[in-house]
Design a protein around this ligand. Structure first.
Ligand code: SF4
Ligand code: SF4
Length: 344
């Protein structure tokens, strides 16, 4: 379904979706994040500082509560999320492409009921990039594009006073049908304008990963390279690169005990990261990734080798957030290029 939406009708479309929670980019304390939009959706943003991944995979969530009176069987109460239907406006194509990657992670071997309870309720309305929102964007190097609709339900393209709206899923069609009278049929002239806008977006220069198809084998060959330690020397293990990444998904599970008699508390999942020194620490004290080089190698190899071996696609979507956010300037594009060059 392809339609035209005049920009002054965007708020009316939002109103037509009022039985759902609407989110859009919002600037708070210098940080762009997806927040409840109220009546007005903001689409005048570069890209969000935080990706939308927390909507399906929150930073902290309770699995169940437990209570055990001494001598009796423990009482467990599962806490499956009860989430209203949500529509997220303004998702950039790199974050759209993160969605099927996260879906694979949380469906592989076993379906994660906590992830899916939220994920099934979220619809993504994307906004094509007219120009790279950051100087660190490299989506085209990793198989994406600034106008990709992969993982989205609707893709909006800004045509000046109007949006070209393309529904790319049944959910997306239903969203557009909810405001049916607000949309106009797209004409051949509109499609020609869309193609021109997309061609211009594709021609804008971006950073480049050289020969990304060769990376899985080159990374495999570089596992024992001393280069990793050199490239990671400045790393302070803050984890910002992974917490801002739309596809990083490592987590920890803890029991938070709130009472001893009876024993009670909650089992909680929280984000964790392979960049923390104790992420792989064994109870024996042995740590198989004891230096920052081994930890950088894990992050980069997971994105461009291990995920590729499992799912035949790079896990990185080229959003550039890990480059922009790293406080010491560790840059995944130059890291993979240097490792690949070294591997020959
Ligand atoms: S690895 Fe970096 S550039 Fe790639 S998706 Fe994650 S944050 Fe974005
Ligand atoms: S953001 Fe930079 S310093 Fe922090 S863990 Fe990642 S690579 Fe290391």
């Amino acid at each position: 379904m392809e339609k035209i939406l005049h920009k002054e009708r965007l708020d009316d479309w939002i109103a037509a979706l009022s039985d759902r929670e609407i989110l859009s980019p919002a600037l708070e304390d210098g940080v762009w994040a997806f927040r409840p939009a109220g009546a007005a959706v903001r689409l005048d943003y570069p890209n969000t500082t935080q990706p939308p991944k927390g909507l399906a995979f929150p930073q902290r969530e309770v699995f169940f509560s437990f209570e055990q009176v001494k001598g009796e069987a423990p009482l467990l109460r599962q806490t499956l999320p009860q989430v209203a239907q949500r529509v997220v406006f303004g998702v950039r194509p790199c974050d759209g492409r993160a969605v099927p990657r996260m879906d694979k992670v949380f469906s592989d071997h076993v379906e994660d009921p906590y992830y899916w309870a939220r994920r099934k309720q979220v619809a993504y309305v994307g906004l094509a990039c007219q120009q790279p929102p950051s100087s660190n964007c490299f989506c085209q190097s990793v198989g994406g594009s600034p106008v990709s609709s992969d993982g989205l339900d609707v893709l909006l393209t800004d045509l000046g006073e109007r949006y070209f709206a393309a529904a790319v899923s049944e959910t997306g069609k239903a969203l557009m049908m909810a405001g049916e009278s607000l949309f106009e049929a797209a004409t051949d002239a509109d499609r020609a304008q869309l193609q021109g806008a997309h061609a211009a977006a594709l021609a804008r220069p971006q950073r480049a990963v050289r020969d990304p198809d060769a990376l899985p084998s080159k990374l495999k060959a570089s596992f024992d390279s001393p280069l990793w330690e050199e490239l990671a020397r400045a790393c302070i293990g803050c984890g910002i690169c992974t917490f801002l990444c739309p596809t990083c998904h490592c987590f920890d599970i803890n029991d938070e005990v709130t009472g001893a008699a009876p024993l009670k508390g909650k089992r909680v999942r929280t984000w964790d990261t392979c960049q923390f020194p104790d992420f792989t620490m064994h109870t024996s004290g042995h740590n198989p990734r004891e230096n920052s080089g081994a930890r950088l190698r894990q992050r980069v190899s997971h994105k461009f080798q291990y995920f590729h071996e499992n799912f035949a696609m790079h896990q990185c979507t080229g959003c550039g957030r890990c480059v922009t956010g790293c406080p010491v300037g560790i840059d995944i594009v130059s890291v993979v290029n240097k490792v690949a060059e070294h591997a020959g």
